[in-house]
Ligand binder design. Structure first.
Ligand code: FES
Length: 362
């Protein structure tokens, strides 16, 4: 729990070296014995990623809980109130912190399970908007051509910033990476939020030709490398990472099936149906797409599924829930509901991967 300085400390801080105690560099020691240095007052997760440490993370803004870490010894300053974060009361009592929101104050000993995949170090790359198309549902299909090519994994995201502005927003890549070559052009699906500084600017007019900065890749949602059937549940522009993950898995795991449940409010707001059809065409016997609308008036011509995405999650799907890998992307309440439902149906928590899309307003 935070002390009167707002800091969280764990256990006696033993044997901080004179250099690290007096200086600006703190030493982070993992329970496994590995160590890495971090500049004092910098964020634990950001510093670890910048050095290529395979630290678990996704959102980097304190909402997903993927970076949770047990603080064994040392002091950090939380940037947000951890009591209002995804950490449970028990985890708070047990000394867990969120590494993405923890400023390092001293040497630390921490307990966190690093991921085993290679981490692609994020980079800042200049680019230009070369594709801009308005889709149904107030969504912009945005394409950016980069001055340098970029490696990323399906399910990852990047931060975009308008050149010369401080406005910066994160969006998931909507294409599967090419295994043969890094990408020079990347795509995103951006929902227009009237009070969203980036999306409102983007949606006002065709922005092709405008310079833009990209920083990334970030996140690890799609890094589930086991050849298993996949169930992808997307709400709104949560479809972007799902398109990438589904295409990537169809290509890499030829013996496995992918089911995509894509929810929006009204049938007229369904978008990117051509891209979903292209996925089905890649492997018609292995890819299934189920659009579902939650607020469609009864008298319309819509003949597909109605209700919430969770209404479709049952044994009628014909999925072995004890075996499937799940990727859920969309608004946090939807993702939380999907998680509750699927865990109760027998999905393993280890195979439930989520990306929660928090709208960023003005
Ligand atoms: S809560 Fe830290 S990465 Fe999401």
């Amino acid at each position: 729990m935070p002390d009167s300085n707002g800091e969280i400390r764990a256990a006696p801080m033993e044997e901080a070296g004179p250099e690290s105690r007096a200086g600006q560099v703190c030493r982070i020691r993992l329970r496994s014995g590995e160590t890495f240095p971090v500049a004092r007052n910098s964020l634990l997760l950001g510093s670890a990623l910048a050095q290529g440490v395979n630290y678990p993370h996704s959102c980097r803004v304190g909402t997903c809980g993927r970076c949770k870490t047990r603080l064994v010894s040392g002091r950090i300053s939380p940037r947000i109130d951890f009591a209002l974060s995804p950490l449970t009361n028990q985890e708070l009592k047990d000394g867990y912190i969120l590494a993405c929101q923890a400023k390092v104050r001293t040497d630390l000993e921490i307990d966190v399970k690093l991921i085993v995949h290679d981490v692609i170090l994020p980079r800042m790359i200049a680019g230009r908007i070369t594709g801009w198309e308005r889709l149904p549902g107030d969504v912009i299909d945005l394409r950016v051509t980069l001055e340098e090519s970029l490696h990323f994994a399906a399910g990852q995201y990047a931060a975009l910033a308008i050149s010369g502005s401080f406005v910066r927003r994160s969006f998931s890549f909507s294409d599967a990476p090419d295994p043969e070559a890094p990408a020079c052009e990347v795509g995103f699906l951006v929902k227009h939020l009237p009070d969203g500084q980036f999306s409102d600017w983007l949606a006002r007019e065709d922005r092709r030709g405008v310079p833009i900065w990209l920083e990334g890749p970030f996140g690890q949602m799609g890094l589930d490398d086991e050849p298993r059937d996949a169930l992808c549940v997307a709400g709104g522009t949560g479809l972007a990472p799902v398109l990438a993950i589904a295409a990537d898995r169809v290509r890499r795991f030829p013996g496995n099936r992918v089911t995509i449940i894509f929810g929006v409010r009204r049938a007229e707001r369904l978008f990117a149906l051509d891209r979903l059809q292209a996925l089905v065409d890649m492997a018609p016997d292995r890819v299934r797409v189920i659009p579902v609308v939650s607020d469609e008036p009864a008298q319309t011509a819509w003949s597909g599924a109605r209700g919430r995405v969770t209404d479709l999650l049952d044994s009628d799907l014909g999925i072995d829930f004890s075996e499937v890998s799940v990727f859920a992307c969309g608004a946090p309440p939807m993702v939380a509901e999907v998680e509750r439902r699927l865990l109760s149906l027998g999905v393993s928590a280890d195979r439930f991967h989520a990306d929660k899309f928090e709208p960023s307003g003005a």
